[in-house]
Design a binder for this molecule. Structure first.
Ligand SMILES: Nc1ncnc2c1ncn2[C@@H]1O[C@H](COP(=O)(O)OP(=O)(O)OP(=O)(O)O)[C@@H](O)[C@H]1O
Ligand SMILES: [Mg+2]
Length: 504
């Protein structure tokens, strides 16, 4: 055998998973147009692409949840005859979903065993398994006997990964796993992944954050419009800008708000004596056209204060808009909404888009009451409102008539934003507005918020994305223990400064 043949054989062995020419059609939508990709054993393989590029569809196919229209999957060089969840799990491929499938009133150890019992009826050595589970959890800083309901977000994420491994997982797929994690949690998850990788586990990792990809991935595959746009085995040599260009196929101009001074104006929003469970704000004003960031660790009060203003978090206190009379803080969203306050939740699964309805119906949903005169809806007006927001927000779908539940995650988020903007609020509150949104659209969303503020609307952005805060706000309030601990404005707002203040 020649040397070249040897290294070829080695290279082939190196690939634990290979997919060839995979196509997926949903009616007229071509989610994947013939994608080929290889994943090397014991690596972390990034999967990138704009919203709707086909990432979730691809990992759905690899994990057997989605049936491909055509194409082949190989594990360890062998083509798989059948591809369904059971076959893929037997082959060692597991998709760890965003919503951790964890049973709260069972212990961490019991949760680990959940994947085991159906496959080996009767012959399970429970005792040995229990010991294994205890050992595995110990190595991950999770108390085996803790009730799963008491575990924090990152521990739940780890528990899911461990469960996949415990059930024989060799290739573990994570679809945007960091979405609900703090910076510290994220580091913990990454350390955990690195340790597992050193032990031979392979990961496929989906994220919209360049810094995460650059930090943790060995190689990446980029999808664009269902096509393979690029592949590299050498992430170390890429810059963030190059990664962005690969993803969107052109250079992108990063949005930067021209920061405004807002002193001496009659406030658009005045809050007084806001008091609620672990929340206290004596006085807080926002000028017309001002964009204010609220940030802090989870539970520190940033999110809670924003929700209190919209009547979603119980608190006492008063509110005055545009120098008008002071009224009690809204006790429910309907009241807040009637006053001219709009709110975009970060939890689009619970408060987000309404699945079976169309994109257009979703956009019109919240604004309908304000635009109907004497109970009649002007349908011409409605159509133009829908068209305007459908286009401005850049929802990726053939038309506004498409059902929201067929859209990719990021596109659903855009529809939610369109719905909130269509209400033409006086105060707009957005919670993590670009979470799950691709790099290109992120700039568009920040630009839309910026333009809205130009018309005099006051904006609160609740965010833990420091880069987003630096680019989009005039002023940032850092919350701690329910109060504003520090305020930064103008040139003081830098990623370093924010990180230091939030962690301190
Ligand atoms: N069940 C379905 N019916 C119709 N179209 C679908 C269905 N599932 C996905 N699609 C379409 O397939 C395309 C790819 O969607 P997919 O969810 O894979 O994108 P994604 O890359 O994961 O995006 P995101 O970053 O927003 O999560 C989109 O155009 C989407 O609308
Ligand atoms: Mg997706």
């Amino acid at each position: 055998m020649t040397l070249a043949n040897n290294s070829q054989a080695a290279a082939a062995d190196d690939r634990i998973l290979r997919i060839e020419n995979v196509v997926k059609r949903y009616g007229v939508v071509q989610a994947l147009r013939g994608v080929t990709m290889s994943v090397r054993r014991g690596t972390i393989h990034g999967l990138l692409g704009e919203n709707g590029a086909g990432k979730s569809t691809l990992v759905g196919i690899i994990s057997g949840q989605v049936r491909p229209t055509s194409g082949q999957i190989f594990m360890d060089g062998q083509p798989l005859a059948q591809v369904d969840v059971k076959a893929m799990e037997q082959a060692g491929v597991f998709l760890v979903t965003q919503e951790p499938m964890i049973i709260d009133n069972m212990t961490a150890a019991e949760n680990l065993m959940l994947g085991i019992w159906p496959t080996r009826h009767g012959l399970v050595d429970w005792k040995a398994l229990q010991t294994d589970a205890q050992r595995m959890l110990k190595g991950s800083d999770i108390d085996a006997n803790a009730l799963a309901g008491q575990l924090d977000a990152v521990a739940r994420r780890k528990l899911n990964i461990l469960r996949a491994m415990f059930s024989g997982g060799k290739v573990i797929i994570l679809d945007e796993p960091t979405a609900a994690l703090t910076v510290t949690d994220r580091q913990q998850l990454f350390d955990f992944m690195r340790r597992l990788k050193a032990g031979g586990v392979t990961f496929i990792f989906i994220s919209h954050y360049n810094d995460e990809i650059l930090e943790i991935c060995d190689s990446v595959t980029v999808l664009r419009d269902g096509n393979l746009a690029g592949n590299t085995d050498n992430v170390g040599t890429l810059t963030s800008m190059q990664l962005t260009e690969l993803v969107i196929g052109r250079g992108v101009e990063l949005f930067q708000r021209r920061r405004r001074e807002h002193t001496g104006k009659t406030p658009a929003v005045s809050l007084s004596n806001v008091q609620g469970k672990s929340l206290f704000l004596e006085r807080f004003d926002i000028a017309p056209g001002e964009v204010v960031g609220f940030t802090g660790l989870p539970g520190a009060g940033a999110k809670e204060t924003a929700r209190a203003i919209f009547g979603l978090h119980s608190a006492s206190g008063t509110l005055s808009l545009n120098g008008g009379a002071s009224v009690p803080l809204p006790d429910k969203p309907r009241t807040a909404f009637d006053t001219g306050i709009a709110y975009l939740s970060d939890d689009r699964r619970r408060d987000g888009a309404v699945g079976p309805m169309s994109i257009g119906e979703n956009i019109a949903l919240s604004s309908l009451p304000t635009r109907s005169t004497l109970g009649f809806i002007d349908s011409k007006d409605e159509a133009s409102v829908i068209e305007y927001y459908f286009t401005t927000i850049g929802v990726k779908a053939p038309s506004a008539d498409y059902a929201v539940d067929t859209l990719s995650g990021g596109n659903q988020q855009k529809v939610c934003l369109g719905r909130v903007l269509a209400t033409k609020p006086r105060l707009l509150i957005v919670d993590e507005p670009t979470r799950g949104i691709d790099v290109g659209v992120k700039q568009d969303v920040l630009r839309i918020i910026d333009e809205l503020s130009d018309t005099g609307v006051a904006v609160i952005i609740v965010s833990t994305d420091m880069d987003e805060l630096v680019r989009a706000v005039d002023r940032v309030c850092i919350f701690e223990q329910g109060i504003i601990k520090e305020t930064l404005a103008g040139d003081e707002i830098t990623v370093e400064r924010l990180r230091a203040s939030v962690q301190a």
